[in-house]
Design a protein around this ligand. Structure first.
Ligand code: AMP
Length: 403
């Protein structure tokens, strides 16, 4: 028996096959560059045997077919037959207000996910295509949707409402939804497990810093506020997204440069953030740090702004929770950049009232494991927790199977 986790994006389908225990990975990989030249299947099985080959795949349906052929390959596969897959857990970015927990997918659920394509046009359509493909190729498996918005369903009204006329919420559903919820949930629970403390006694801030960045205030195991909003554009500075900005600046630019909504959206989502600030043609923080260290002043400023915004949210979320016991760093930057963790924590030590003190030696070390990096003198525990969204989706899918 096995559980397949599918994360279908606009040009890729990622997959992980777990044993029925929902913990042991039997195989994992990705079909990438779907719809472009050079579409590839990258595959690694449990023994670590890997291959990477060109494939002829035009859409999510063909991608799932290719993945299943790889998983059941007589020599290199992980299972003998597709019948061994009892459930498929799909990552879905937007579940809106109604789909706020993992859900068995039926026609009604698909139509709600489809409704939210309007609010998540880049994510929900490919997620839906992955769902259709899973159901078509593995008809006997239970198809489960796990939502990135769901963990944030506990955010109270005073934190999710924007100060607009109320009918824009009641009729148009304009509100803060929050994203990266699968990751924030996973790392907050993993942090409590690592500390051997009950999650319901802790106030945590989880910083998911990857190409997309968001922070969440997790009080007693529940999200009570998060930096992303109506869309994943709000909040922190990201690889190519601007994060917080005065909406009047957007209106001004549209009016004075005669920019259409589509052009403005592209500017804010794809041409801003580190890419724009550093001006070195890269949105990868490693390149920005290297340029800053090489004396590029714009790259230095980009790094300053990126870290300052995170510090600002630490202050805001600490106040929102009335205190802080645990600060968690995760995702590509959070897990791998001692420089960013150092800059974020610098100056938040006991004398400033936060009690956040890094141990520079522990911060500099790298490992793929959950670890504590605070100094003895730190009141707040500072953890690096490798995120594992696939494992969280498998767990939640298993919980659904268990009823
Ligand atoms: P993710 O979206 O979680 O896969 O994170 C991807 C991003 O993590 C990349 O774009 C890089 O900016 C960043 N990253 C990965 N490794 C490092 C590193 N060693 N130092 C700084 N940033 C890193």
């Amino acid at each position: 028996m096995a559980i397949l986790v599918i994360n279908a994006g606009s040009s890729s389908v990622k997959f992980t096959l777990f044993n029925a225990d929902g913990k042991t990975v039997q195989a994992a990989g990705i079909v990438e560059r779907i719809g472009f030249d050079g579409t590839r299947l990258k595959y690694r099985n449990r023994e670590g045997r890997a291959y990477d080959q060109l494939v002829s795949v035009a859409d999510a349906d063909q991608a799932v077919g290719t993945i299943l052929a790889a998983l059941t390959h007589p020599a290199r596969g992980a299972i003998r037959s597709i019948q061994e897959i009892v459930a498929v857990g799909h990552r879905v970015v937007h579940g809106g207000e109604s789909l706020n927990r993992p859900t068995v997918i039926d026609d009604q659920v698909k139509s709600i996910i489809s409704e939210y394509c309007r609010l998540a046009p880049l994510h929900n359509p490919p997620n839906l295509a992955g769902i259709e493909a899973g159901a078509r190729h593995i008809p006997n498996a239970v198809q489960v949707a796990v939502f990135d918005t769901a963990f944030h369903a506990t955010i109270p009204r005073h934190a999710f409402l924007y100060a607009l006329p109320l009918h824009f919420y009641t009729e148009d559903r304009i509100r803060r939804y929050g994203f990266h919820g699968i990751s924030h949930k996973y790392v907050s629970e993993e942090a409590a497990r690592f500390l051997r403390l009950p999650v319901d006694g802790l106030r945590m801030i989880t910083c998911h810093l990857g190409n997309g960045c968001s922070m969440t205030a997790v009080k007693e195991g529940r999200s009570i506020d998060t930096s992303m909003g109506f869309t994943p554009l709000e909040g922190l500075v990201m690889g190519t997204r601007c994060g917080d900005i005065d909406p009047a600046a957007v209106l001004h630019l549209m009016e004075h440069h005669r920019l259409s909504p589509a052009v403005m959206s592209d500017l804010l989502n794809k041409q801003s953030g580190l890419l724009a600030l550093a001006g070195i043609g890269s949105n990868d923080l490693r390149d920005v740090i290297a340029a800053a260290e090489g004396g590029n002043p714009a790259a230095g400023v980009a790094l300053d702004i990126f870290c300052y915004r995170i510090r600002k949210y630490i202050g805001a979320f600490t106040a929102a929770m009335g205190g802080l016991e645990v600060l968690v760093f995760t995702a590509g930057i959070g897990e791998n950049s001692p420089e960013v963790r150092h800059r974020v924590c610098a100056g938040l030590d006991a004398s400033d009232g936060f009690g956040i003190v890094l141990d520079s030696g522990k911060n500099a070390r790298t490992s793929g494991q959950t670890r504590a990096i605070q100094a003895e003198a730190s009141r707040v525990k500072i953890l690096v927790v490798p995120t594992n969204e696939e494992l969280e989706i498998a767990r939640e899918t298993l919980q659904i199977l268990a009823g």
